[in-house]
Design a protein around this ligand. Structure first.
Ligand SMILES: Cc1cc2nc3c(=O)[nH]c(=O)nc-3n(C[C@H](O)[C@H](O)[C@H](O)COP(=O)(O)OP(=O)(O)OC[C@H]3O[C@@H](n4cnc5c(N)ncnc54)[C@H](O)[C@@H]3O)c2cc1C
Ligand code: FES
Length: 252
């Protein structure tokens, strides 16, 4: 259940270009959070909270790790937050990923940029259940790459960069055609990437997670709606009914 909590900053360090790993301590959130859920973070001088995915959890240490990229004033302010400070958070938010798969499945994780963090927590959990994990991670350039070694802890990893400065030159879709048979995929990233991935993997069951803009984060303002796909009329709220959806559920 989503709750308003204060979380203590344990560390906040730059791990790639403009990309910070923020470790927060709070007993409730660390026990309640599942992969694919997010924290809705209040920042001084900003009316709207900023949603940031949960990248991993250590329930014994009561910590939650997030990874964020500085793209505007809110994430800039978050990058200045220091160890020992308390931040006001609504969390854990959203529905999170389903972990139900056939035993011994071969599972593909496809992440682009700030879509990579939630897949780390997911991959760890799926690997612990005995599934084989293949990760395809896309970044703008070599300086933006993070967590390659962490993903290697639980499976095969392929990196793509837009400019070819590291890994395969091109997009994640240039790599996923060559990774062989898979039973299910999970993908997080910008909508054009999700559209390309779901088209390329049409016919394979999969889940997408949307990281677009949000308002209230608790289902009250309708700022985050996305239309349903196909014949069905209506929409889903990304914040409370998502951010995770089945691949063919919403219109990208
Ligand atoms: C469910 C969810 C999970 C997310 N998880 C993460 C995460 O783990 N790590 C992370 O770095 N970010 C994540 N994001 C995106 C993050 O919330 C935004 O980058 C952040 O809110 C931007 O705030 P800002 O004040 O820095 O930028 P603003 O000043 O609000 O915006 C700066 C510029 O970036 C554009 N912009 C803002 N938000 C987004 C967005 N979501 N997508 C594309 N363009 C945007 C704006 O239109 C503007 O041009 C997530 C978003 C959602 C909805
Ligand atoms: S952000 Fe307000 S309803 Fe989703």
């Amino acid at each position: 259940m989503i709750k308003k909590e204060f979380m203590e900053i344990i560390s906040n360090k730059e791990i790639a270009l403009d990309t910070f790993e923020l470790v927060l301590k709070n007993k409730y959130v660390s026990q309640a959070a599942g992969p694919g859920q997010f924290l809705h973070i209040s920042l001084p001088g900003h009316t709207l909270r900023r949603p940031i995915s949960i990248a991993s959890v250590d329930p014994d240490a009561c910590t939650v790790t997030t990874i964020f990229k500085v793209i505007g004033s809110g994430t800039k302010a978050l990058s200045f937050c220091k160890e020992g400070e308390m931040i006001d958070v609504l969390g854990p938010g959203g529905n999170g990923f389903s972990l139900e798969n056939e035993a011994g499945s071969r599972i593909l994780l496809v992440g682009g940029g700030i879509g990579v963090p939630p897949l780390y927590y997911l991959g760890k959990q799926l690997a612990a259940q005995g599934h084989k994990i293949v990760s395809v991670l896309g970044f703008q350039n070599k300086e933006s790459v993070f967590y390659e070694e962490r993903f290697k802890e639980f499976g095969e990893v392929h990196i793509a960069t837009d400019n070819g400065s590291y890994g395969t030159k091109g997009f994640v879709t240039d790599v996923i055609g060559n990774i062989g048979e898979i039973d299910r995929y999970y993908t997080v990233g910008p909508i054009p990437m999700l559209r390309a991935v779901t088209e390329k993997l049409a016919g394979t069951p999969g889940y997408i997670s949307l990281e677009e803009r949000m308002g209230c984060g608790i289902g009250a303002c309708y700022a985050c709606v996305i239309p349903l796909k196909g014949e069905e009329h209506g929409y889903r709220k990304i914040c409370s009914e998502g951010p995770v959806f089945e691949a063919n559920e919403v219109a990208l």
